[in-house]
Write a protein that binds this ligand. Structure first.
Ligand code: ADP
Ligand code: MP5
Ligand code: MG
Length: 574
């Protein structure tokens, strides 16, 4: 018999007596022990072979793998969270949220499913519990094979399933247990029967390192106690702590009349009131699951409890902020994008990322105007950037392909060194040839969907739109922004229907993409455009007002200062 000390500092789990498995030899084991000294977590998870039901136990396979690793120069282990929770078909909460949240924080997440819910942004349409015996089977599959650091629980629909979990945790101890006592969905639908209250109170809480009820759950656990203030939350945290968990976090996402998102953390001695900014969004479905999973991931990575909670809270706030205007589903409660960081990086991994604020002063070149003033395109672009243009589009309707590519290459050099994106009008082939930052296409050019498939996810694609339907199509096609106009009559584009400020407003309100206004815009009317003050409108695109003037730098500066004045005025008056 070899006695291996559990490194989990727990009141429940002590030493694990481990009879050496006769199916592999002692020398292998000693090799493992050598490796395990360098990586203590390998020791914790070694389990008695007598519980493997005569089959090759997972630990033997893992051990063999570790031996091989030792020979090959070492394997990398990953912090591992096992979530024991329900599936949310809409993927905003439940198992799906847990896996995404852990992944976002760099932890591996295995999953034991306790129930399947039919759920969307409107509410929960149905719940189908997984039979207890099958929950037990899933738990055994994962825990007997994998080195799980932390178990996190979500929806446990029945007291029977709670008991099954308790038994598994006694058989397969882990470093920490995070219990999110999910009872009601944010939409108000029941996710667990009332009998689970006793299961939590009498069985699971004593095993928990942290319990994370929201206000309704804390109240239900305490027999209906009313929770309306931070001081009520502190009392509730203390009462729940008396039920046995080592730490309690009472979440205040639903605190009435609060302009903050305040949670209360209690470790049995001290209260920590965790203040957070409340993000104004409908996309709060799954915040509780996400928070608990992030706590679990941080614990698995080795953070102390309070730090894990604080990091988790920061993650939820950032995810909410990033996801605040995402539109998924038609119901009142949308999901958040857990992978916001990944998505941001995926975007920035290429030539450049699209920032909607770049649309602020959008310069569109015109070869005719440059000829008239005796300027080459490179000098014109240079001057527009010097004056403050935030994005440049080369619109060379007459240029032959070779000259266009040559000009684009030269302009790209200037744009790159000034960190101003350069787009090519119409010509996806030219954009590809010079690796420009993207293209702008009209309604009769290559469809944005096709341009996207050719250019890939990292290039910027803009589409000219006059109607809400065209804006919707541009979004569906994967465009990054739309250009809406002609706002005013213009001579730059023949037969161009004028939509006016009213038409612009309609399109902006309907558009899911940022909008730049275009058509007849100059220093005289740019202010009136920005002052329509709709959130999607990010700037104005100008041609003649810059390039059909004697001094491009002066005109760009003038326009920029008008835009800044009018957009700050518009913001103040919203
Ligand atoms: N609108 C919001 N802005 C910022 N944080 C929020 C918001 N809503 C909830 N939170 C935070 O998300 C976490 C989950 O809280 P809560 O919504 O109360 O739980 P649940 O999702 O279980 O009902 C908490 O840390 C809470 O403070
Ligand atoms: C399957 C499942 N599990 C949990 C929740 C709670 O979600 P929230 O994180 O909003 O409390 C949910 N709505 N569905
Ligand atoms: Mg919850």
């Amino acid at each position: 018999m070899l006695e291996l000390l559990d490194s989990c500092d727990s009141r429940r789990f002590r030493a694990t007596k481990m009879p050496i498995n006769p199916s592999f030899d002692t020398s292998s084991f000693m090799a493992v022990a050598g490796v395990a000294t360098a990586s203590p977590s390998s020791l914790i998870y070694t389990r008695p072979s007598s519980r493997s039901g005569g089959r090759i136990p997972g630990n033997a396979r893992r051990t063999t793998a570790v031996v091989m690793a030792a020979e090959n120069g070492g394997w990398r282990t990953m912090p591992h969270v096992l979530t024991v929770a329900g599936s949310d078909s809409g993927a905003g909460a439940g198992i799906q949220a847990d896996i995404k949240a852990c992944g976002a924080l760099g932890a591996y997440c295995s999953s034991v499913i306790t129930a399947v819910t039919a759920q969307n942004t409107v509410g929960v349409q149905g719940v189908h519990s997984v039979p207890e015996a099958f929950v037990a089977k899933q738990l055994r599959s994962v825990l007997s094979d994998m080195a799980v650091d932390v178990v996190k629980t979500g929806m446990l629909p029945s007291v029977g399933i709670i008991k099954v979990l308790c038994r598994s945790l006694q058989e397969f101890p882990v470093k920490a247990l995070v219990v999110d006592p999910v009872m009601v969905s944010t939409s108000g639908d029941m996710l667990a029967g009332p009998s689970t209250l006793s299961g939590y109170r009498d069985e699971l809480f004593v095993m928990a390192d942290i319990v994370t009820p929201n206000l309704k759950e804390a109240s239900a656990l305490l027999g209906g106690m009313s929770l309306r203030t931070v001081s009520d939350m502190c009392s509730a945290a203390k009462s729940i702590h008396n039920l046995g968990p080592r730490n309690v976090l009472v979440k205040g996402g639903h605190l009435p009349g609060s302009s903050e998102a305040t949670d209360v953390f209690f470790d049995g001695e001290n209260y920590h009131v965790l203040h957070g900014s409340r993000v104004n969004t409908r996309n709060t479905h799954g915040t509780g699951c996400t928070l608990a999973s992030c706590i679990a991931a941080e614990l698995a990575k080795g953070s102390p409890m309070l730090q894990a909670v604080q990091r988790a809270k920061t993650f939820v706030e950032s995810a909410l902020d990033y996801s605040k205007d995402i539109l998924i589903g038609n119901g009142p409660q949308g999901p958040l994008d857990h992978l916001f960081d990944l998505n941001t990086h995926a975007h920035t991994a290429g030539a450049r990322s699209f920032d909607a604020n770049d649309l602020f002063l959008y310069a569109v070149t015109d070869s005719g105007m440059n000829r008239k003033w005796g300027r080459c395109i490179v000098d014109a672009v240079k001057a527009s950037i010097e004056g403050g243009a935030t994005i440049v589009q080369l619109r060379e309707k007459e240029a032959v392909t070779r000259d266009f590519i040559e000009a684009a290459n030269a302009c790209l050099e200037i744009c790159r060194s000034n960190r101003v994106p350069l787009l090519i009008n119409d010509r996806v082939d030219v954009a590809l040839a010079c690796d420009a930052d993207g293209v702008h296409v009209g309604q009769s050019d290559m469809p944005a969907r096709v341009a996207r498939s050719i250019l890939g996810p990292q290039k910027i694609i803009g589409v000219s739109c006059k109607t809400a339907a065209q804006a919707e199509q541009a979004w569906a096609d994967g465009a990054d922004y739309i250009g809406c106009g002609g706002v005013f009559p213009t001579t730059t584009k023949a037969n161009n229907l004028t939509v006016g400020l009213d038409g612009l407003k309609v399109v902006c309100l309907a558009s899911k993409l940022p909008v730049v206004a275009i058509g007849g815009i100059s220093a005289a009317n740019a202010g009136s455009v920005m002052e329509i003050s709709v959130p999607r409108l990010k700037g104005v695109a100008v041609v003649s007002a810059l390039f059909n003037r004697e001094c491009i730098v002066t005109e760009a500066r003038r326009l920029k200062s008008i835009l800044m004045d009018s957009s700050s005025h518009a913001k103040l008056s919203v």
